[in-house]
Design a protein around this ligand. Structure first.
Ligand SMILES: Cc1cc2nc3c(=O)[nH]c(=O)nc-3n(C[C@H](O)[C@H](O)[C@H](O)COP(=O)(O)OP(=O)(O)OC[C@H]3O[C@@H](n4cnc5c(N)ncnc54)[C@H](O)[C@@H]3O)c2cc1C
Ligand code: SF4
Length: 545
């Protein structure tokens, strides 16, 4: 029987100390008109305020979009999820949402996603309205639906004593359904302003800013030094986390709306920064923070030691069809990844697919617990807990690193030096276990075989090699990121900065929020007023305890 029929929930449910919840048919929806704050095509949406199933969270437990079996997925580069397996489960999952009076999920999302509203709409099978509400706050929900670590789920009220609502899965389902059913057509502006904007950088920040400004009627050109659009989503994040077709589809939508793209054009090198500034009414710097951190230990100069962002782009180029095999392929090699974050996990999944002989990932931090530490990270902040990404699951099942923990990670591991062979190639990595203050623990030294070492130690700020920062005379803060005022304006008149370039390395959801907010600031400066939403300010940061 369909769990959504009134009969399925006919019995009275007992809830927290015997209080009974309403049963039987779903309540008639009360309605409330609200306007969607999206550039270009405001519309009136009738919001159903009564929750579709008040017992949804009691009737169903959390069920996530299933991943394909490890043995199958490591032999291809397709997304790890089972195609078509999300839609059949998602209405029941959306039903678990309690439509909280104070929805902390919404507070925890930098985009201010209208999560209870679209959970309710999915639950009622109204996909068009759900898509409208989702796109009202997020230009690219198919990106965040796949890639976001979901601070909204950490903040979900249900997560206080139950597994959270699968908000990220609901988002992906709405986004995918929107494309399938044609709910995301190009939305060119009704009329053009006579203002022009150059956006430098085509990552999620630049794309969001460009789409908002184009839809607001400005003539926008995106300059990108790579040969393809997408920033880190193109050449950093692997295909198995997000297939590039999602990116292509959005770029085609943006072209149809009127955004111009100039690829293989590094501003500062191929076109002067001052020239662009003179040619456009405003310039948005969305150049990312790709200056990588180094590991200055003895032996770093040996060949076979590379930065993650030297390695990952080559694997992505194989998927794009540019290369037959990667010149840095892990095939048949003992691989050690230094760095325990997302970038390191992406290297892990890539090395496994390339056929590494063994892969170990080193994390300098001690292994976090499986449960939220209520003192250090109380609800609703995003907790440090032990997470098993798809790549770690693969490493665990394939036993890629017999010398390390089950999922290929070695925690509290600090690299001391590398040693190599007579030809100057790296052959081993020497490490020691450290305590929480990073002091070595006596007698814990180990040597791992290493033919390929990948450094995934994070990024400090914008890459300055193209000359853009110096040509414009941009002020940087002590971290190396671009400084800006409360309106996203840099010290150079008419030049704005957003995304990782100014915030420091962050997440796609923050990048999209930055792009939307800087677009509002630029629009206001160009026209004197703006209807574009600004979900965050430049100094906003994730919720902390
Ligand atoms: C390997 C990896 C995996 C990640 N995985 C995730 C994830 O799963 N989830 C998540 O939320 N975040 C993830 N992140 C972080 C996320 O990708 C970034 O926070 C986000 O892409 C930042 O967006 P951005 O637009 O500010 O910068 P970027 O995406 O870095 O884009 C900047 C663009 O500017 C271009 N550019 C730079 N200088 C110039 C110039 N002078 N002229 C022209 N173009 C220029 C660059 O080529 C680049 O395309 C990951 C990061 C890495 C490195
Ligand atoms: S906090 Fe959780 S249960 Fe409450 S509205 Fe948000 S998603 Fe629904």
């Amino acid at each position: 029987m369909c769990p959504r029929t009134p009969e399925a929930g006919a019995a009275t449910a007992s809830y927290r100390g015997g209080k009974s919840l309403p049963t039987g048919p779903r309540p008639a929806a009360r309605t409330m008109a609200s306007e969607t704050e999206t550039a270009g095509a405001p519309f009136t949406y009738v919001r159903e305020t009564a929750v579709a199933d008040p017992k949804g969270f009691l009737n169903a437990s959390r069920e996530e979009w299933p991943r394909r079996p490890v043995g199958e997925r490591v032999h291809d580069w397709d997304e790890v999820y089972v195609p078509g397996a999300l839609l059949p489960i998602i209405r029941t999952q959306a039903d678990r949402c309690m439509d909280c009076g104070v929805p902390f999920c919404h507070e925890a999302c930098p985009l201010g996603n209208l999560i209870p509203e679209w959970n309710d709409l999915v639950s009622r099978d109204d996909w068009r309205a759900a898509s409208d509400r989702l796109h009202a706050t997020n230009n690219f929900p198919e990106f965040t639906g796949r890639l976001c670590p979901a601070p909204c789920e950490a903040g979900c009220v249900l997560a206080i004593n139950q597994p959270a609502v699968t908000i990220k899965n609901v988002e992906a389902a709405i986004a995918d359904r929107a494309w399938e059913d044609g709910f995301a057509p190009p939305r060119p502006p009704d009329r053009l302003s006579d203002r022009t904007v150059a956006v430098i950088g085509s990552g999620p920040t630049g794309l969001a800013a460009a789409q908002q400004l184009t839809r607001a009627g400005h003539t926008v050109a995106v300059y990108e030094r790579d040969d393809r659009i997408g920033g880190l989503m193109r050449y950093g994040i692997p295909e198995f986390k997000m297939e590039k077709r999602h990116l292509e589809r959005r770029v085609a939508q943006m072209r149809a709306e009127g955004t111009k793209f100039r690829t293989s054009t590094a501003v500062g090198r191929d076109v002067g920064a001052a020239e662009l500034r003179a040619r456009y009414d405003a310039v948005v710097l969305a150049v990312g923070a790709t200056a990588w951190r180094e590991l200055p230990v003895p032996g770093r100069e040996l060949s076979g030691i590379h930065q993650a962002m030297e390695y990952l782009p080559l694997a992505n180029r194989v998927c794009e069809g540019d290369l037959e095999t990667s010149p840095l392929s892990a095939a048949g090699k003992h691989v050690v990844i230094v760095g325990g974050g997302d970038t390191g996990a992406d290297c892990l999944g890539t090395a496994v697919r390339e056929g590494a002989k063994s892969v170990t990932q080193l994390d300098i931090y001690t292994q976090p617990g499986a449960e939220r530490d209520e003192d250090a990270d109380p609800w609703p902040v995003y907790p440090k807990i032990y997470r098993l990404s798809a790549a770690h699951e693969e490493a665990r099942d394939l036993e890629t690193a017999p010398a390390a923990d089950a999922d290929a990670r070695l925690f509290a591991a600090s690299t001391l030096r590398f040693t190599g062979d007579a030809a100057g190639r790296v052959r081993s990595l020497h490490l020691v276990e450290v305590d929480a203050e990073r002091r070595p623990r006596a007698g814990t030294g180990r040597v791992l075989p290493a033919d390929l070492v990948l450094l995934a130690l994070g990024f400090s700020g914008p890459d300055r090699s193209d000359g853009l920062v110096d040509q414009l005379g941009l002020a940087l803060d002590p971290r190396g990121t671009i400084t800006r005022d409360a309106d996203f304006a840099t010290n150079v008149p008419g030049v704005y900065a957003a995304g990782d370039a100014a915030r420091g390395q962050s997440l796609i959801v923050w990048a999209i929020a930055e792009g939307r907010a800087v677009a509002a600031a630029v629009d206001r400066r160009l026209t004197g007023t703006s209807r574009l939403p600004a979900p965050i300010g430049p100094y906003d940061r994730p919720m902390t305890a």
